[in-house]
Write a protein that binds this ligand. Structure first.
Ligand code: ADP
Ligand code: MG
Length: 245
């Protein structure tokens, strides 16, 4: 479904993503892990069109999308969540999600359809669907769910889910993992999930890729990757708490 080849991104003299190659098969949940600053969100930004690659290619269902702007990537069927949620705080939950639907895979959408997609998406992530439900008071876990609902309302084939920047406790992280698994099971949406905490992700992914300093240092089944000495070293060296949680 997705083929990333030799993807590279430099900011001035600093290379944040260096020759990264991987594939995602339809129906898979792929984990993209690595310590803070290893280039995970930058990879998402490059795929989703928020940043232009310095080199390399991104092919989605056979077509090159590597330098396409974000709206074209969304129309093609790729949705992403942001690590830092920025909802429209004066709009209701339903309006926030309906707005996303207008920018999704279906370019010719009317108001009624947008609101019905919004309602379905909110239900899927277990958020309230009444018109009176507000963003205020959602909390970190709720904002994360809203972010997911906005992505789902675009009717994606591929969902790029970026981690929550802290703020979730262990049981909330476990529910977030279950939610992604259920989105794949119920909607058949392929998922790439970025997380720096390995333990919670390993339970639900089919395969994972490990980044360190912008380079792929390991990939494979979760159990094998967790035993890989390079991966253990990277995690023990920088972020021991993130290894198991
Ligand atoms: P991760 O998501 O794995 O924590 P990021 O992809 O956010 O890491 O960042 C990778 C590296 O690239 C970091 O060193 C970060 O500071 C740097 N970086 C990310 N975006 C930019 C940018 N727009 N300009 C300059 N440096 C950036
Ligand atoms: Mg990040």
């Amino acid at each position: 479904m997705l083929k990333v080849e030799q993807l590279t991104k430099s900011f001035g003299g600093f290379t944040a993503v260096s020759n990264v190659s991987f594939e995602v098969a339809e129906g898979e949940i792929l984990g993209l892990i690595g310590p803070n600053g290893s280039g995970k969100s930058t990879v998402f930004n490059l795929i989703a069109g928020a940043l232009k690659p310095s080199a390399g290619s991104v092919r989605f269902r056979g077509a090159e999308i590597g330098s396409h702007p974000a709206y074209r990537v969304a129309h093609a069927g790729i949705a992403r969540t942001y690590q830092i949620p920025r909802p429209f705080r004066k709009l209701s939950l339903l309006e926030n999600v309906a707005l996303a639907a207008f920018y999704g895979a279906n370019e010719r959408i009317n108001r009624q359809k947008a609101f019905s997609l919004a309602s379905e998406s909110l239900q899927l992530v277990n958020l309230p669907t009444e018109e009176s439900a507000r963003v205020e008071g959602l909390g970190a876990a709720g904002l994360k769910k809203l972010e997911l609902a906005r992505a789902l309302a675009t009717q994606p084939k591929l969902l790029l889910a970026d981690e929550s920047l802290g703020g979730l406790d262990h049981s909330e992280m476990d529910s977030a993992a279950d939610l992604l698994a259920s989105i794949r099971a119920r909607r058949g949406i392929t998922v790439v999930w970025v997380e720096h905490i390995m333990g919670v992700l390993m339970r639900v992914v089919d395969r994972c890729i490990v980044l360190d300093h912008g380079e792929v240092i390991a990939q494979g089944k979760p159990a094998a990757v967790a035993r890989d000495p390079k991966v253990i070293e990277v995690y023990l060296g920088t972020d021991a708490d993130a290894f198991s949680y």
